[in-house]
Design a protein around this ligand. Structure first.
Ligand code: 5AD
Ligand code: SF4
Length: 463
């Protein structure tokens, strides 16, 4: 008979590397859960792995290029371990499908975001000498029944995925094609996961979805609008404002954040719920993408510059100190100097805490790739991006300087990147704070007097 010890020793080792957005990092925890339930154990050492999964991103060309380079590099691991199985999962797998098996001869498994339950079977197919692929997208899968194990965790903050897919069809974006139709997860399972995190000592939860404000639970399946539900479904449904409130009440001692909001769908209700509960952080990520209504229309964002700015006024009128961050794309198809100036002026008016800023990267098969010409020269995209970054950095610095001499509450996440003698955490508005260690521990909430600031960081001392 095989004893328990030898079973443990014989477990095959899985190494997962994640790229892209928080949703992908959260998916890697789902993948690890499925694999460990099927006899694997995770490792942080790629050289002792029997299986390496890259959980990939396809959002911009350079994201995919990075992964191709990594795959080439992994060839050497394969040389020293001929049984090593390499899988490409996630958005790039979904976008390129079996092209990845054909082009990158070192890939054994290709699996899209909705086929992770099949991974043990796919690996077994490779064990039997084949190569394996599953890129079917689902209309129902939310992995809601799984209780994810936490990977590379700081033990303080964790993600909870509340929905999957995206129905927005922004013309530049590959996500609807890589992650499929939008569907929401059963709120009961979300509350169970939140409680479990609290039990395990976590202090902060971020509710994740491509477009959290369109979260709507009515029993499962592809997204529907509230007005198209039956009266019974309407009574029993849960929208995002309700979900946020349920989570805030369920785990009153945990900080709650969420991401990402679409400006078209964010409602006053959600902002009122944020305002009502002390434990919901005053921070909203609200990507504008552009400040020009003409460009926004070409992007199929379904709002105008004025609509976007109205949302900013609405948020700040309810929560004056709300931190707001943004995504901006520079050099989208047909963007003129005038359009670009409108983006600069929107940034100036909105006064974001911070911004994620990108050059437009055409993605094959998206509506923009099919219908619009990627006609802004790279050098112009680069110049515009530089100008946007310069402006936003000045605003971030100015906003961060307003914290100097103020006391903020910080949740300690771990050591600061630069020095083990300093803690790093975030304030309510999601701004990074570092301060010298005294008697505190990771996971504590502490009051910090801010003494200095940079574009990205507040520097202070405990009081
Ligand atoms: N090119 C550049 N940036 C993009 N994003 C999405 N698609 C593209 C693209 N094709 C940006 C958007 C989005 C963020 C996650 O990535 O700003 O909000
Ligand atoms: Fe996330 Fe989009 Fe990248 Fe997929 S393509 S990993 S959804 S950012």
């Amino acid at each position: 008979m095989v004893n328990q010890q030898s079973i443990i020793q014989n477990k095959r080792k899985l190494y997962i590397e994640s790229y892209g957005c928080a949703m992908n990092f959260s998916d890697s925890e789902i993948i690890a859960t499925i694999m460990t339930e099927n006899g694997f154990e995770t490792t942080n050492n790629e050289f002792e792995a029997d299986v390496i999964f890259l959980n990939t991103c396809a959002i911009r060309e350079n994201a995919e290029q990075r992964i191709r380079d990594r795959l080439k590099h992994l060839r050497s691991n394969k040389k020293s371990n001929k049984d090593l199985i390499i899988g490409v999962l996630g958005c790039m797998a979904e976008r390129l499908k079996n092209k990845l098996l054909e082009e990158e001869k070192l890939v054994d498994v290709v699996a899209g975001p909705d086929s992770y339950r099949e991974l043990p079977k796919l690996v077994a197919e490779v064990d039997d000498g084949g190569r394996a692929i599953n890129v079917l997208l689902s209309r129902e899968e939310t992995y809601g029944d799984l209780n994810p194990i936490r990977l590379n965790t700081n033990g303080v903050s964790a993600f909870i995925s509340i929905m999957r897919g995206c129905d927005n069809m922004c013309s530049f974006c590959v996500v609807p094609y890589t992650r499929g139709r939008e569907r929401s997860r059963d709120p009961k399972s979300i509350l169970i996961e939140a409680k479990e995190l609290q039990k395990n000592g976590f202090k902060e939860i971020t509710l994740l979805g491509q477009n959290v404000n369109s979260y709507l639970w009515f029993g499962g399946g592809p997204k529907k609008e509230f007005k198209s539900l039956t009266p019974e479904e309407q009574i029993n449904s849960t929208d995002f404002a309700q979900l946020l409130e349920l989570v805030a009440i369920e785990v009153p001692n945990m900080r709650i954040r969420y991401s990402t909001s679409h400006p078209r769908d964010i409602t006053e209700n959600v902002v009122h719920v944020m305002n009502k509960y002390e434990n919901i952080c005053n921070y909203i990520h609200l990507p504008a993408q552009s400040g020009s209504s003409k460009v926004l229309e070409l992007m199929s964002r379904n709002y105008t510059r004025e609509w976007y700015l109205d949302k900013i006024y609405m948020i700040r009128s309810i929560i004056p100190n709300c931190g707001i961050s943004c995504d901006i794309i520079a050099g989208f198809c047909s963007e003129t100097d005038e359009d670009h100036k409108e983006t600069l002026s929107l940034i100036e008016i909105a006064q974001f805490e911070f911004c994620y800023m990108y050059k437009y990267s055409e993605r094959p098969a998206t509506p923009a790739a099919k219908k619009l010409e990627d006609n802004i020269p790279e050098s112009v995209k680069g110049d515009r991006l530089t100008e946007i970054i310069k402006l936003q950095n000045a605003i971030s610095l100015k906003k961060n300087m307003t914290y100097v001499h103020q006391v903020v509450e910080v949740l300690i996440e771990g050591d600061s990147k630069k020095s083990k003698d300093f803690w790093m955490g975030r304030n309510d508005q999601n701004v990074v704070v570092v301060f010298p260690k005294t008697t505190e521990s990771k996971g504590d909430k502490v009051k910090i007097l801010i003494e200095n600031a940079t574009t990205t960081t507040l520097i202070g001392k405990p009081i």
